[in-house]
Design a binder for this molecule. Sequence first.
Ligand code: ADP
Length: 179
Amino acid sequence: MATGNAEERNNPNVLLTGTPGTGKTTLGQELADRLSMSYINVGDIAKEKELYEGWDDEYQCPFLDEERVIDELDDALKQGGCIVDYHSCEFFPERWFDFVFVLRTDNTNLYNRLEQRGYSGKKLEDNVQCEIFQTILEEAVSSYLPSIVFELQSNTPNDLESNLESIAELTERWKSSKR
Ligand code: ADP
């Protein structure tokens, strides 16, 4: 029976995580284009398929139904070659990912990006705090093998380019090791 373990796929799966606004979508879409991988935006799929349970009064948004998200995506991840974009990472099965990249953005830069997105008040402050306290980085390090977790600076177009190149190189090396 296929378990979706790394030994059984020929293409690696990549998780792009980080505070909202750090550039996951920008990097993920470009990466999927360049490497002919599938881009999966978990937030968009949850919205489209209404994979929610309950309501978060504090942030005025629905809670993600994590079990249903996992069921929904499991077949694709078992196939390999997926780039998953989400601002949290601890609830995904560890076996899904060969690489976990945590995007990081300087506080002022992030503040400006989120403000431009229309965030304000508590929502804006909480997200910037999340980045200051490197919450997602810590979540990633405690949820996955440290050897597959990489922190990537995501402030400038140059950062974007060098992140694309680094990920392309790592995934290529992963594939070569399978041949
Ligand atoms: P996320 O998916 O993490 O919420 P986005 O990819 O939507 O973040 O990016 C948030 C904003 O930051 C967008 O306006 C995007 O154009 C910009 N951005 C993303 N990455 C970079 C980068 N490396 N350099 C400059 N701007 C960037």
